[in-house]
Design a protein around this ligand. Sequence first.
Ligand SMILES: C[S@@+](CC[C@H](N)C(=O)[O-])C[C@H]1O[C@@H](n2cnc3c(N)ncnc32)[C@H](O)[C@@H]1O
Length: 276
Amino acid sequence: MNGLISLTPEQFTMFQKFIYEHTGIWTLDGKTALLSNRIRRRLRDRGLESFDDYYKLLTAGTVAGELEAFIDAITTNETHFFRTNDHFEWFAGPFLDDVIARAAAGRRERSLRVWSAACSSGEEPYSLAICLAENAPRLAGWTLQIVGTDICEAALQTARAATYGQKAVELVSPERLARHFIADRAGDAWRLKPTVAELCEFRRHNLLDPMPGPKFDCIFIRNVLIYFDRGSKPVALRHLVNALNSGGFLVAGSTDGAHDFLERLERRSTFAYQKP
Ligand SMILES: C[S@@+](CC[C@H](N)C(=O)[O-])C[C@H]1O[C@@H](n2cnc3c(N)ncnc32)[C@H](O)[C@@H]1O
């Protein structure tokens, strides 16, 4: 197949709708080259010549794992440790101070559940885990759990491996690198120490679906709703707010445009919203 062939406007619309229905992501008109490149990889893997043939195979649902592989191919998984550091300083500072004080006063359990929703390859939940590890003395005896979820299985596999290249850890201070990571022999890959890695578990979850299981005290939802639209964003946010404990916080990325849809929460800062 000619590597330069692009989706026609009709094919683009077809895939745009399919992606939206399955993920909530609205691929902007004008992203034809990007989407063509991403889907072309699936054509190659399936030995197909045309986008129409691939669309038929994808929508027939007869090839096990193809929908997941397609979603892996079209998602944008960019992330790194301590992305937007203010959010982690708030988490390790005012947020933890408050939950610890309330537990000391007997007003809450000594347990903390955190959800990194759309965590990509794990850098966000592991940054949260580093914050908890650094507060270990004042969290002694607490039950701590960080759940990282994403729709992209390939990204989750990287998260579970807990080993990262130099670019992912660029914003991690040398002290933190030495304390929480083990360098490989060549010094170009960094593996998280079990003390941090063990705080996190990873599962596949679609933000368009309700989150099963116990509720959370804090949810990070950053740099994903920017790809959603006015139809899918409130659906995802409704599920996220439902998954929060009373008094729990939602932390939203500055570009995610969550504000308009969070009337059930009280705004505590430019990024932190609290459930009454
Ligand atoms: C740019 S990354 C953001 C990662 C991290 N939250 C951060 O801020 O660095 C966006 C992630 O959202 C995931 N995503 C997109 N649509 C999703 C959906 N419907 N459900 C769950 N995850 C989704 C993608 O697979 C991708 O890993």
